[in-house]
Ligand binder design. Structure first.
Ligand SMILES: C[S@@+](CC[C@H](N)C(=O)[O-])C[C@H]1O[C@@H](n2cnc3c(N)ncnc32)[C@H](O)[C@@H]1O
Length: 346
């Protein structure tokens, strides 16, 4: 077997902020999922989105079987493993639920074990991602300090890199960024450190919001330069945006602020999977001002055609960049009267 590297992981967290260190030593389930090689990357990503705490891949060498790739995924005691796998498979359009076997692990500090695999990453010259427990390599560089143990967005995944490279090429100073599916907050933090005026991030996952807020603090970013909101909704379609404030009035005003901010952002970036990008097209675009750049990632190279077909009604000057079979599509938002605002059928 050839190890293809840790895909990512997220640690346990209580609703009250802060890592619940005792939970790191709780019992967990280790799940081995067998799938086809071409689906392994997206399935790993989807597993993390639907509640797995980690996902790493082992490819079976020289196997004649089509489903020759194993994903090892860790689930905490409170997760419904069967539902997570079935939702993850569904969200990436797999027509079958992959075969898998579950074993229960002894309590151990598995997060520390996975953390060992993360090292500083130089995304491009002068832009680094530094795991919280490592030392920056170049003090003059833009260093994004991340605790990747809490949500997706370690910086090691090609889709995150593609988005960071796009932002690096776009940000001149003073831009307003909207980050759809913020995860660890890595893109918003990078944008602000590169000179953006401010960044607003949203996510459907409370863990991600907690993690992003911790990473904002780790990077000492001013609260007026970056905020993150939880999206409430049905099947990922937003009905309401919430701050994590305990005060109901503040939660309501956060919703109105975000609705008011529609059509005002200079850059909108969304690194989510194919199906949410298709389902949420109108919503994602609605945050961009005319002429703004919209970047879409989380898609495989062969999925670009589908995204391009849909988004070309909203975007001009479309370009694609790719790393290791993953793609990022970006373009500039058309003037609103040029668009047919009704959502086309998929
Ligand atoms: C692939 S991660 C990207 C994280 C980070 N932005 C990055 O580039 O590394 C996708 C994130 O999108 C979030 N997400 C998935 N579906 C969403 C939806 N319908 N609305 C908002 N966020 C969503 C997930 O919870 C996850 O944190």
């Amino acid at each position: 077997m050839k190890r293809r590297g840790a895909r990512g992981f997220r640690a346990l967290e209580t609703e009250a902020e802060g890592t619940a260190s005792s939970a790191l030593f709780s019992p967990y389930s280790s799940v081995r999922i067998r799938c086809e090689k071409h689906a392994a990357d997206t399935l790993s990503e989807a597993l993390l989105c639907f509640g797995a705490s980690s996902a790493s891949m082992d490819e079976v060498d020289n196997s004649v079987d089509l489903d020759n790739t194993w994903i090892t995924s860790i689930f905490t005691d409170d997760q419904d493993v069967n539902a997570c796998i079935s939702h993850a498979a569904d969200s990436i359009g797999l027509s079958y639920t992959p075969k898998y076997e579950i074993s229960t692990g002894k309590p151990c500090d598995w997060v520390a074990n996975v953390q060992e695999t993360f090292h500083p990453i130089e995304v491009t010259r002068g832009l680094w991602i530094i795991p919280k427990w490592r030392t920056p390599v170049d003090l003059q560089a833009i260093n994004i300090i991340l605790d990747p143990g809490l949500a997706f967005g370690t910086g090691e995944h090609p889709t995150t890199k593609l988005c960071l490279l796009l932002l690096h090429g776009l940000i001149r100073g003073g831009e307003r960024l909207f980050d759809y599916g913020t995860g660890s907050g890595v893109l918003g933090i990078a944008a602000v450190k590169m000179g953006a005026a401010f960044s607003v991030g949203i996510d459907i996952d409370l863990q991600a919001i907690i993690s992003a807020r911790q990473n904002i603090a780790l990077n000492e970013i001013d609260s007026n330069k970056m905020s993150v909101y939880l999206v409430r909704g049905e099947k990922g379609l937003p009905t309401r945006y919430e701050s994590t404030s305990k005060n109901p009035e503040e939660r309501t005003s956060a919703n109105l602020e975000l609705i008011d901010a529609k059509q005002s952002f200079d850059i909108v970036i969304a690194n989510i999977l194919l199906n949410p990008l298709l389902d949420l097209a109108e919503e994602i675009v609605s945050f961009a001002r005319p002429g703004a750049v919209i970047g879409l990632s989380g898609i495989l190279s062969e999925q670009v055609k589908q995204i391009k077909e849909l988004y070309s009604m909203y975007l001009d000057n479309i370009s694609i960049s790719e790393i290791d079979g993953w793609a990022c599509l970006h373009g500039t938002r058309k003037r609103i009267d040029d668009e047919t605002m009704s959502q086309p059928k998929r």
